[in-house]
Each structure stands twice: as C-alpha cells, then as structure tokens.
Design a protein around this ligand. Structure first.
Ligand code: HEM
Length: 373
C-alpha cells in the first residue's frame, strides 16, 4: 500500500510491479490552444505527483477550502493510502495531426515515425467509439477507488480542454512485471505472465521496451498498445481440459509448458509426448514465444467484466496492454504471428489504440511532455 515514486528517468507504471487494479482513460483534446494544452499537462503533472503520494489532487484539498467553492479534490480517497498508485501518460497519433491532417498544436513535425495507427488484423471487430484518442492515462493501484479517484480528478481538472473518449476498468492483473510477484490467472483460468518480460532483465528491456538512440523527446519512453479483447468464456468453459491446455500450450494447474514440470521451466518446442510435439504449433504460447515471433513485448493487461451482454453471456475479457520500443516490431509482429492461434476461436478484439509514452518526470520543475512542447 506504499507510494510508488512518481519522479524518475522512466515513467512508473511500465516495469514497476503490476498492481491489482486498473482505470484506463482515453481523452480527446477539445481545444486548439497550444498554451492551454501545455498548462493542462503541467496541472495534471502537479496533481499526479500529489495523488501518487496519497495526497489530495489540489493543495487545498477536499474539505479544507472555501465552502462556497467546489473543492480541488473530489474526496473519495480521503483516508486511503497511496495504494501503489501509478499514473502513466501517453500521446496518440491524432494529437500530432487530426484525422483531416490539421496540425493543431504545431507538433506534427515531432510525431515519431513509430507512432502510427495500428493496421487491421484478421478477425478484428473494432468499435471506433472505444478506440484511439489524443491522450491516455493508465492509472494502476492496489485499490480500485484510488485508481478511479485519480482518473476522475484528472478529468475534472481537464474540463473544457479535454473530454473523456472512452475508459476501461480492470479488476485483476493478468501479468507479472517482476519476478517477485506471484503469477496471476486470467479469466480462462490459466496462469498469465509467466514468461513476460520482467523488471529484473534490464538488458532485455533496453532492447525491446525502452526507446533509445532516436535523439528525440521519446528517448527513455515506450510505446503502449491497448486492445480490449472479449473472451467468450461460456464457449471456453465447454471445452475439455486437454483441449484448453493444447490451446494455450501450458498446463492449467502448474502453468508449466506442456511436456515440462515447473511453471518456469523453459518452453521446449522439441519435447515430444506420445509421439507428438508437446507444445502444438497452433497453440498460443508456441506462436507468441520469441523463438517463433522473433520479438518480445512487456504485457501489463487486466481482466474485465462489464456486466452481461443481454444475451445471457458475461461481457468479459482481457484489457490487453503492452509496452514496446516500436509497435511495428512489437505488438504488430506478435499479433500477425497469432493469425493461426487456436485461441482465436475464443477471443474477439473490440477496441484498439496506440500511444507514445514519454520518459519520466525528473523532478518538481518537470512536467509530462516537457520534451515535446
Ligand atoms: C503468453 C493468455 C492475448 C502475447 C500467454 C500465456 C497465457 C496467455 C495463458 C502463458 C503464460 C505466460 O507466459 O504469460 C492470453 C489470453 C489472451 C492473450 C487469454 C486473449 C484474451 C495475447 C495477445 C498477445 C499475447 C493479443 C500479443 C499480440 C503473449 C506473449 C506470451 C503470451 C508474448 C509469452 C509467450 C512466451 O514467451 O512463451 N498468453 N493471451 N497474448 N501471450 Fe497471451
């Protein structure tokens, strides 16, 4: 329940240990005034610095101020600890250039080549109303009320300058980003995050997650891809255990790769069981593994259940988040390789977004996006 340091060369919320809860929000910027946008980013940074320390969003607070003015904090986090809150900001391609090509803020020439809309993929059923966005904030905490409070206050501070385009709650992490963490389970009942990139592998993170050597404002940052993935849990629940394991490529109980014993035993694609390769070439792990995808990504997603869909089914799934140094050689490459994944029978991607997450805020005078503007 301690505070996670907000300041640093990198933004928190990427390789810092994945918390249990998520509130993710995507905003449209509704002003064309560059100075107003810069002021908003500065005000957001000040509030984020405070809230990640467990303080009210503003210096006066929820209940200390003039009783005839709206408080500068909404109050629902009063008395709650920081709960490991991290707030991570990202800039979408449309911030640099609107869909009709307008350079509203004079930053079009600073749009990184890597920050382009994602291509479509086979089987996509993307809803544009819950996709994209000019800005995003990923709020993660171990208490959902702390994450929601943070997003709500940032939205409040942004009134008249930004409007919430879409947002998503996540109730349980589906990855580990540190080897100290126990691997959680996803809504298909499998351990998820076993073979994720971890904070303890700095050289691998430098290669696959952090942007470097571009001599631009993005050095030290990372690209975020979000995908809301509906999981057809009722269909899945009718499959036998063997079939489920063959779909993932790991055992459901221990999480070991098929043909191995322990959760963290290396995946071995040559191991045979009863004359067949243990890990089927159509399984998720086979196709997602670096050996076959040729790349690696840092996953940081969350399970969601958004009630039911009116047809007697849970509206449930994975709000998939991943970080990489370039979306094209990260998510896009892996997702293309998953084209023949047996898991595709049970999942459907319904929302998609990509954001450039700048490096960290280095101190009290620094602010989110200072290198860009
Ligand atoms: C591994 C589930 C979507 C990339 C895994 C594992 C599970 C899993 C159970 C094995 C445990 C582990 O190593 O973490 C799911 C489910 C998904 C989903 C239920 C959809 C609802 C995706 C997507 C991508 C992806 C969209 C990327 C495009 C990976 C990668 C691994 C992995 C890179 C590690 C493979 C390895 O190195 O062995 N996933 N996944 N997954 N998944 Fe997914």
């Amino acid at each position: 329940q301690d505070a996670v340091e907000f300041h640093g060369d990198r933004q928190a919320g990427i390789v810092t240990p994945a918390q249990d809860r998520l509130h993710f929000v995507s905003f449209d910027v509704i002003t064309d005034d560059r100075d107003a946008l810069v002021r908003l980013l500065q005000d957001w940074t000040t509030a984020a610095r405070r809230m990640t320390r467990g303080q009210d969003a503003g210096p006066v607070g929820a209940v200390q101020g003039n009783e005839y003015a709206p408080p500068d904090d909404t109050g629902e986090a009063l008395g709650l600890p920081p709960a490991g809150l991290t707030l991570t900001i990202g800039f979408g391609p449309t911030l640099f250039r609107t869909a009709d090509g307008t350079d509203r803020f004079g930053i079009a020439d600073r749009q990184p080549a890597a920050l382009v809309e994602l291509p479509g993929f086979a089987g996509d059923l993307i809803d544009p109303t819950i996709s994209g966005g000019d800005l995003c904030i990923q709020a993660c905490a171990d208490d959902p009320q702390v994450a929601v409070h943070a997003v709500r206050n940032l939205a409040r501070i942004g009134v008249g300058l930004v409007s919430v385009r879409w947002s998503q709650l996540g109730f349980g992490r589906t990855s580990s980003t540190s080897s100290d963490q126990v691997t959680p389970r996803n809504l298909f009942g499998f351990k998820d995050g076993t073979d994720n990139l971890k904070a303890e592998q700095p050289a691998t993170l430098d290669r696959f997650v952090w942007v470097s050597g571009t001599d631009s404002w993005m050095d030290g940052g990372s690209y975020l891809v979000s995908r809301k993935i509906r999981m057809l849990v009722e269909v899945w629940d009718r499959q036998n255990l063997r079939d489920q394991q063959q779909t993932i490529g790991r055992t459901k109980g221990s999480g070991a790769p098929l043909g191995q014993r322990g959760e963290f035993d290396p995946v071995d694609f040559t191991t045979q069981v009863e004359g067949d390769v243990a890990v089927p070439p159509t399984s998720h792990v086979f196709l997602a593994h670096p050996t076959n995808s040729g790349t690696a990504i840092l996953r940081r997603g969350y399970s969601f259940v958004d009630g039911s869909d009116g047809l007697g089914r849970l509206d449930a799934g994975l709000f998939f988040l991943c970080y990489q140094s370039d979306p094209e050689t990260g998510f896009v490459q892996v997702q293309r390789n998953l084209r023949t994944d047996k898991l595709n029978e049970y999942v459907q991607h319904t929302s998609s977004a990509v954001f450039a997450c700048p490096p960290g805020v280095t101190g009290d005078d620094d602010w989110w996006g200072s290198g860009l503007f």
